[in-house]
Ligand binder design. Structure first.
Ligand code: UGA
Length: 446
């Protein structure tokens, strides 16, 4: 019954905001999404997603058609639409600053300044962006300064994963809510009422702790990945197998089964910049030593990319100059067309930097990849990329690469040389088909 009473707005319609807006409409609310990018807003207003995200098109189309979900480029409309009791979500991105490790809060500050002067009725502004601890309190101050009405500030970090964004939003592991007042808490309980009925844990806390939950969670996940990749480095030196090692570790429930996939390491728009931003913030707070280990986490992660290039170079007899290399995968992970800080593209670029003639194939990320690295070659299939290659680098573990028949693939290439960066291919089958295989963290005969 409460649904429909409060109105919801969402500022910023990237992966986070577009998904959040669509899912809030799916929960039954009237929602208005806003972005400064008119082209993106045009696509969303027609009920389509501007980026590849499984399931999102359906939710957008359904809710745009019903009229519950609308989009605008005008911040003044947000306040008028929301009215009294509105919940205004801020979902703008907070990338790494150019030239430093700190988060760039420019878009967040612009969003607050654009919205605040129009807030003439009491309402709640809820930040979802990942921010350095202390940002929410600063936003609250700014709103008190600029907004004509009484505005409550809350922080509600988002834990969705790209590729699973809709399911993660509608069925989250937990809802974390930083508040300064009972009114703000009630507003968020109203918004998430149906999820609370489903039993999703709702944790309320102060603003600072809620901001820290997000950066702590991403730092833990990054550390877990780098831990297993550090083990991969040791395995390489000791002629041991990190895949078998990880399998054994996972059976200890204290360690847990997930985020222990050894491979090319983490990329994307979140984990790399979040560990850097968190470490930078800890230095500002005078506790830099507490997070100094994140520098190692970053270093281990980046060394995997260099190691992949070394394996490709070795398979080419010591030099990549003039060699044809196929790179399978460009997205930072499967089920995404996102190439921001993609380890796969970093490897492709480094191979080209050593003189290799690189052809990349990715089922979804081709256009985005070509925008970043126009000097690389791009193909429309794994087969086309592999034509006459002297080495094939399996860089992003799209399921279709596991379906490739190694016997058939041996006929595509000039030399059957494979680097498996993700440890998801059946190496015995590839070797059985005559391929010379090198894999990250695994002995020559794994
Ligand atoms: C990550 C977090 O998982 C989300 O909880 C969080 O909300 C999000 O960042 C964010 O801050 O917005 P995402 O970047 O979409 O989500 O992707 P993940 O699934 O976490 O994967 C990150 C990277 O780690 C990928 O490059 C992936 O290939 C790599 N990875 C993951 C590994 O190398 N090994 C693993 O075992 C798991």
């Amino acid at each position: 019954a409460r649904v429909g009473k409060r109105r919801i707005t969402v500022t910023g319609t990237g992966y986070l905001g577009a998904t959040h807006a669509a899912c809030m409409a799916e929960l039954g609310f009237e929602v208005l999404g806003m972005d400064v990018d008119a082209e993106k807003i045009g696509v969303l207003a027609s009920g389509r997603s501007p980026f590849f995200e499984p399931g999102l098109n359906e939710v957008l189309a359904r809710n745009v058609a019903s009229g519950r979900l609308r989009f605008t480029t005008d911040p003044a409309e947000l306040a008028a639409f929301g009215g009294e009791g509105a919940v205004h979500f801020l979902c703008v991105n907070t990338p790494q600053s150019a030239g430093s490790d700190a988060a760039d809060l420019r878009y967040l500050n612009l969003a607050v300044e654009a919205l605040a002067p129009h807030l003439t009725e009491s309402c709640v502004v809820v930040g979802k962006s990942t921010v350095p601890v202390g940002t929410a309190a600063a936003v609250a101050d700014r709103l008190r300064e600029l907004a004509p009405a009484a505005v409550e500030t809350a922080w509600n970090p988002e834990f969705l994963r790209e590729g699973h964004a809709v399911a993660d939003t509608l069925h989250p592991d937990r809802l974390v809510v930083g508040v300064e007042s009972a009114e703000a808490e009630q507003a968020l309980r109203d918004v998430y009422a149906s999820l609370l009925e489903d039993g999703v844990p709702f944790l309320t806390m102060d603003l600072a702790t809620s901001e820290l939950v997000k950066t702590a969670a991403n730092s833990f996940l990054a550390t877990k990945i780098s831990f297993i990749n550090a083990m991969a480095e040791v395995c390489e030196a000791a002629d041991a197998d990190v895949v078998l090692l990880a399998q054994a570790l996972r059976l200890d429930p204290r360690i847990g089964t997930r985020f222990l996939e050894p491979g090319l390491g983490f990329g994307g728009a979140c984990l790399p910049k979040d560990i850097r931003g968190f470490a930078a913030r800890s230095r500002e707070l005078g506790v830099g030593q507490a997070l100094a280990f994140l520098h190692e986490v970053d270093g281990i992660n980046l060394r995997r990319r260099a190691r992949a290039v070394t394996l490709a170079r070795e398979l080419c007899g010591g030099s990549l100059e003039g060699r044809r290399v196929a790179v399978w995968g460009a997205a930072f992970k499967p089920d995404s067309d996102d190439v921001r800080d993609s380890p796969s593209l970093a490897v492709a670029d480094a191979l080209a930097g050593e003189g290799a003639l690189v052809t990349v194939y990715d089922p979804e990320a081709r256009d985005n990849a070509a925008k970043y690295l126009p000097h690389l070659g791009f193909a429309d299939s794994a087969r086309e990329a592999a034509r006459d290659a002297q080495v094939v680098v399996h860089a992003t573990e799209w399921p279709e690469f596991r379906e490739i028949d190694p016997v058939e693939a041996a006929g595509w290439v000039a030399q059957p040389h494979l680097v498996d960066c993700r440890n998801t291919l059946d190496l015995a089958a590839w070797r059985g088909a005559g391929w010379t295989v090198a894999a990250l963290g695994r002995p020559a005969a794994a």
